[in-house]
Design a protein around this ligand. Structure first.
Ligand SMILES: Cc1cc2nc3c(=O)[nH]c(=O)nc-3n(C[C@H](O)[C@H](O)[C@H](O)COP(=O)(O)OP(=O)(O)OC[C@H]3O[C@@H](n4cnc5c(N)ncnc54)[C@H](O)[C@@H]3O)c2cc1C
Length: 430
């Protein structure tokens, strides 16, 4: 009997796209190597809950090796892909060069500072679990420092939070800090007066959640107001002086802020080596309807980093989890078949955002929900989407506990130690 040699698929990035491709690819036909710079799959829609101490990072993270433990022929490589050599059919990480027959790129996006690159060192962001933990530590540290600060003026300065970007991530994190102000501050930080904490959300256009319906924007505005969040619309940040803690806006206004949270923009993660590929808006790989990168027969891009324009989506598909999941499933089906038979078609399941307890907005494919019905729908959909039964149960328990107790038990300020200093940790991405 002839033994058919299995093709080797390398998947870069174990986000929504990568993890769904691994699940759906036929392990009898392919050997698979997953490369990711973290050893776990994460769940970005709930990063803001890590930042606001609503959930612990482990509840929304899932170790790749646990997911893959029963999958024959699937290997995991912890490393950051530095470059791709399309001619040699190899990808290179800081540790190893790995050959492939097919390469699937699902590296997602990173923060876009729109040319203000100095912001990287000055602002807090929400694009990874590590960044969310850093923001959580900062919020808790600020509260502790303010608690022992004698001057009301200085307390106000310590507790000035500004969120730049009125999209779902910005609205959700502003709402979560607003919840801390409304429900937790008085009980756990009695030395701080509630009025001393200021939360401002700044949006460049004339409404919050501009990718959602106008009614959702209006409700989001109202809900944030209830949580004592100041909202500034039609305002663009020009620069931030991190030494003096001053934000400069394009209209000349200045504002004092010690904790600046940036959720205003994303851009595709860069992979070096594919020099012939003409990257598209937002640093995304141009792909055909099978997610094949234009000009590369054996390399595919999926999810946030893929740019597939169609008559209905002339600027490419929205950068949402569902797009990544559906593209990964469709491509896996085609690869399993051995031919590119089914072009990708996006089934839009809608978008949602939550703004504190009992308040959310959901635009679900011609069904629009607000308030508690939207909030319950939001919770249900996120709960079923989290990977792993242990995580689902853990998140549910945390949510139920927080709902009835008006508190969370996760406000732990755990800082990494500096010593012993080991050189191999220096190459770890942040
Ligand atoms: C704060 C926030 C809130 C969001 N809320 C929602 C929401 O409510 N609903 C929704 O649908 N979408 C939401 N999104 C968007 C959603 O998370 C993305 O659309 C989705 O994660 C895209 O999946 P992906 O697989 O393309 O990339 P990702 O899920 O970002 O995965 C990329 C993976 O690649 C790895 N990686 C990156 N570069 C390298 C490299 N060079 N080498 C090795 N590994 C690498 C990363 O570690 C990561 O595991 C949110 C995003 C954020 C940041």
């Amino acid at each position: 009997m002839d033994v058919v040699e299995k093709k080797h698929i390398v998947i870069v990035g174990g986000g929504f796209a990568g993890i769904n491709a691994i699940k759906k690819l036929d392990k009898n036909k392919f050997d698979i190597t997953l490369i990711d710079r973290n050893n776990f799959h994460s769940f970005p829609p709930l990063f803001y809950q890590i930042a606001s101490s609503g959930l612990d990072p482990a509840s929304i993270s899932f170790p790749f090796r646990r997911e893959m433990r029963w999958m024959k022929g699937v290997r995991f490589h912890l490393g950051e892909v530095k470059s791709v050599d399309a001619k040699a059919h190899t990808v290179t990480t800081q540790f190893e060069t790995i050959p492939y027959d097919y390469l699937l790129i699902g590296v997602g996006t990173t923060n876009n500072f729109f040319g203000m690159d100095d912001l990287r060192d000055k602002v807090y962001t929400l694009k990874s679990t590590a960044q969310s933990i850093r923001l959580r530590n900062e919020i808790l540290e600020r509260l502790e420092r303010a608690s022992i600060c004698k001057s009301p003026e200085n307390r106000k300065r310590l507790l000035s939070f500004v969120v730049i970007g009125g999209g779902p991530a910005g609205v959700e994190v502003a709402g979560a800090i607003g919840e801390m102000k409304r429900y937790i501050l008085q009980r756990e930080y009695p030395d701080i007066n509630r009025d001393e904490i200021s939360i401002t959300i700044v949006e460049g256009t004339d409404r919050l959640l501009r990718t959602m319906s106008k009614t959702s924007s209006r409700f989001a505005y109202e809900y944030l107001g209830h949580l004592m969040v100041d909202i500034k619309l039609n305002k663009t940040m020009k620069s931030y002086d991190g030494d003096k803690n001053i934000i400069h806006f394009a209209d000349g206004e200045e504002m004092y802020c010690e904790t600046l949270i940036w959720t205003a923009g994303i851009t595709g993660e860069s992979i070096k080596g594919l020099n012939d590929v003409k990257m598209q808006r937002g640093n995304r790989f141009p792909v055909d309807e099978y997610n094949r990168i234009i000009g590369c027969d054996d390399i595919f891009a999926l999810g946030d980093v893929a740019y597939m324009d169609t008559p209905l989506y002339p600027a490419g598909y929205p950068q949402l989890a569902q797009v990544a999941i559906q593209q990964a499933r469709n491509l896996s089906k085609n690869l399993n078949l051995g031919e590119m038979k089914t072009p990708f078609k996006y089934k839009d399941k809608g978008t949602m955002a939550t703004i504190g307890r009992n308040r959310a907005v959901a635009d679900l494919n011609h069904i629009y929900l607000y308030g508690r019905p939207a909030w319950l729908t939001w919770m249900f959909i996120h709960l079923i989407s989290i990977l792993g039964m242990r995580n689902k149960v853990s998140v549910l328990i945390n949510w139920v506990w927080a709902y009835f107790s008006y508190s969370t038990s996760l406000r732990l300020l755990i800082r990494p130690t500096k010593f012993p200093h080991r050189k191999h940790w220096d190459s770890c991405p942040q």
